[in-house]
Write a protein that binds this ligand. Sequence first.
Ligand code: CU
Length: 481
Amino acid sequence: MRVRKNASEITDDTLLWYSRAVEAMKKKDITDPTSWWYQGAIHGYGLDKSANLALGESWSQFSIWQQAQGFPPPNSLVHSQFWQQCQHGTWYFLPWHRMYLQFFEAIVAKTVIELGGPENWTLPYWNYCDANNPALNDDQQLQALNLPTEFGTKQPTPDFTGLWMEERAQYTLSSKQDASCEAALALEHFTTVQPSQSFGGVKTGFSHDSGTFGKLENNPHNLIHVDIGGAMGDPNTAALDPIFWLHHANIDRLWQSWIDQGRENTSDSSWLDQAFDFHDAKANPVSVKVKDVLSTEALGYTYSENYPDVKSHDGNKVSALISLEGNEMFDTIAATTKSFSLSSKSTSAKLEFLPEKQQVAKVSALATLTTQRSSQVIIALDNITGSGVVGPVNVFVKTFASSERVFVGKIGLFGLTQASTASVRHAGTGLNVELDATEALEQLRKQSGWKIEDLRIEIEPNRELGEANVIVGRVSIKAEV
Ligand SMILES: [Cu+2]
């Protein structure tokens, strides 16, 4: 059994051999399934020339892909069933990436042996979740926000040049909040109608470049991507950054941890029987079904450490959600009526509420302090379109009367450009994200003069937009019914 280890605790030559293998794979032609370039293009491929991957840099999809051996690739390959397959905004997010990692790991392992290295090379993981680990001291927590040192900073680390990439906007995550793994792991269900209540994402068909993010996919997955930024911030270049694979190993570990704490995947046959195409280490085409990858041990690997067990939220709240797959448990009580652009500073959105009589029943629990248990409240941001890599975006609530805003959560707009472009596969209507705002609303209603009608939403990117742009189609508030 191979054991995938925490990169910061590795004492052997795993990362050294990874670096050497990356360099060897980069020398192979883009048409070779075992090349670095082909492996990256399985996730995404695009030749947009806009310099919007990182503020102040001229990096573009084009400038990154033209470094590939054998560039440009033949069109037949670009449009084959092997390229541009990554699954985002969907319940296939976790199993597709598990398959992807599995074959990639086998290809790197074979390359390591060919280079004279050890048998059984195993992919490590980057445990940024440790940034919020209460068992660690402050210094250790902050350390977890850094890329493992072997991946370099502005310069490569000597002996590890294969792990460095110029096109990274950051080498340190900007906030612990971008690596908060706990909230997703507290969820009870793999799939529900409400994305913010779904650990594994919402039910969709094949979903390459659009959709609605489940909890784990938004935070930490998307936030890590856009916080590192540059190549990592865009699905069409992300997998060319060697850190991509350690990031996804950690996501895969979180899925395994969630299962090990007693949760269950969906048993829906349209999920279990969905197949995806890859190449194995010998470059032979293979087709794998979701039901074939549900046990890491059956696939021959495990993780050195699980994420510690997380208790589910307050039992009442969870039981209220149990009906799930198919049943809408939340109803919209207020929404914006016009789309609006984000700026680098804070943008405030005014909500229109339903006429009072209709609203009253739905918000009574939410609007009064005396109720036993507040309703669960969700803030949904829909049809978010635009282009470029946008850093993590903060969402706050406040009331008109008070200037003190309350933090709700962060959203990561990974795949913004692709989701906003109409294609054969989808209409280009953008990304959708939900945040659980229950606790923020509970805090807000303790403020004096609280009136739900005065509620405002504030949206603020945590870094300058630069060449990127974002339009939010609609913000709505949904409450439990
Ligand atoms: Cu990813």
